[in-house]
Design a protein around this ligand. Structure first.
Ligand code: AMX
Length: 435
């Protein structure tokens, strides 16, 4: 009673009615025109998905269930006085649309730690992975293996009624979110350390547990950063590759393990989540090339121009929807100003914040020259000694799970159908317009 699941059960009839009403009232209204350019250009700008947990405004950035990041920092319960909100709190918010009390957020912490175990065979699979198998591939592998225990898959095989799909989807989703720190930390410990890992501490919050498992138990700054990181990366409306993929695969009634694994395979692409690792690598390569720790404005400018001239993108800049600086970037910048303002890599990130947009504007084709979330995260992690760049996208994946699985619960609760847009051939496009 008073649990998140009970609250979801209460909200379902309301939400089902709301959807029905929207369909009745507006079902045949147009959301906009679809041009040939849109079909060819990655469906950019097509309003063709229902996604309730967050929405992105081109200028203002993301709102999670109506709240901006600064609003979340003010309203959501934190673990330490005046500290960052917790992923548990945003999970409650994303699923219910309601700001949780501290007790409700705590109930999520307890629920997640009670679910946090992984079967031995999954650990063994990870132990057998070669160290040079990318951490994201290992994460995906482990999720697919954990799928053996999917409650949804079993319920479906046993003939569950459609009306109840949401229940095992919820159970699987909470289990996945609970188990992710264990899997993620196991990967980290195997690839970069001695493979040994601590245990879940039921008194600690989700981020503290994750930090402990990674081997950062005494590093309070890192844990606080992890809370911020895990909150801001959760969700970025429905059309980005990881969210859309999770939703698409889930629409075939593939269970949450399979759906999320698919989404995370998309997150592992360099134009999406992998930019997380690329930014720091690119900055360090600049320093190495120049043989300095404090490159001048001129040197940074030239390095950016060289990157562009060699036909590569400047990682961490640009966005398909955003047209201003990403508020997730700003939140991280503020964190840096508070805790590491004299760090030399932070000062490079600050310089890039001013220099890169000039270079990209001058080049003239980029629609958004400003930094996105990935332009900042690497230097923050590195500051606390978390230096293994190739691993960074795994942290992104742990966070992204919280957003996309919250929506997946609603996909099943609302009975959203299998996704199946229409495709065109070049010939069929010609035929339409060349009669
Ligand atoms: N550096 C150089 N060129 C860039 C650029 C950048 N940071 N961002 C966009 N461009 C180029 C595009 O490659 C494209 O070139 P083309 O016409 O020769 O193909 C042109 O500018 C127009 O692209 P756009 O409409 O502005 O961007 P998009 O919607 O097609 O792509 C994105 C968006 C994020 C993939 C792109 O900005 C990019 O590649 N950025 C760098 C990688 C990155 O930071 N990704 C992370 C995004 C956030 C996330 O998902 N985690």
């Amino acid at each position: 009673a008073g649990s998140l699941k009970a609250r979801v059960a209460e909200l379902i009839p309301e939400k089902r009615n709301e959807l029905k009403e929207i369909k009745t009232k507006y079902g045949n209204k147009s959301l906009g025109e679809v041009t040939v350019d849109m079909a060819i250009g990655g469906m950019r700008g097509i309003k063709g998905l229902l996604w309730d947990t967050s929405i992105l405004d081109a200028d203002e950035g993301i709102r999670f269930r109506g709240y901006t990041i600064p609003e979340l920092q003010e309203k959501l319960p934190a673990t330490i006085e005046g500290g960052e909100p917790t992923p548990e709190a945003i999970l409650w918010l994303l699923i219910t649309g309601e700001v949780p009390t501290a007790a409700q957020a705590r109930s999520i912490t307890d629920d997640l730690s009670s679910r946090a175990t992984i079967p031995e065979f999954v650990e063994e699979i990870l132990d057998r992975c070669p160290r040079d198998l990318h951490p994201m591939s290992q994460l995906s592998l482990a999720l697919n293996a954990l799928q053996r225990d999917s409650i949804f898959a079993k319920a479906y095989a046993d003939g569950i009624n459609k009306a109840n799909y949401w229940d095992p989807t919820y159970e699987d989703s909470m289990n996945v979110i609970a188990k992710l720190p264990l899997i993620a930390a196991k990967i980290y410990r195997n690839v970069y350390k001695d493979g040994k890992m601590g245990a879940i501490d039921p008194k600690a919050d989700y981020s503290q547990n994750f930090a402990n498992l990674l081997g950062f138990s005494d590093n309070q700054g890192f844990t606080e950063l992890l809370r911020l990181y895990l909150v801001i990366h959760t969700d970025h409306e429905g059309g980005n590759v990881s969210a859309h993929t999770t939703h698409l695969v889930g629409s075939a009634l593939s269970d949450p393990y399979l759906s999320l694994a698919a989404g995370l395979n998309g997150l592992a692409g360099p134009l999406h989540g992998l930019a997380n690792q690329e930014v720091l690598r690119w900055i360090l390569a600049m320093n190495e090339k120049l043989g300095v720790d404090h490159p001048t404005r001129e040197q940074i400018l030239n390095y950016c121009k060289e990157t562009l001239a060699s036909g590569r993108v400047i990682p961490g800049f640009g966005h398909a929807v955003l047209r201003k600086t990403d508020p997730r970037y700003i939140a991280q910048r503020e964190f840096a100003l508070k805790y590491m303002k004299d760090d030399h890599l932070f000062s490079i990130v600050s310089n890039l914040f001013h220099i890169v947009p000039e270079v990209l504007k001058e080049q003239g084709k980029v629609k958004n020259p400003y930094p996105n979330v990935d332009a900042h995260s690497g230097v923050l992690l590195r500051y606390y000694g978390f230096v293994e760049q190739d691993y960074y996208t795994v942290l992104f994946g742990v966070s992204r799970a919280i957003g996309v699985l919250s929506q997946l619960v609603w996909d099943r609760a609302l009975g959203l159908p299998i996704e199946r847009p229409k495709s065109m051939t070049m010939a069929s496009i010609r035929q339409m317009f060349e009669k």
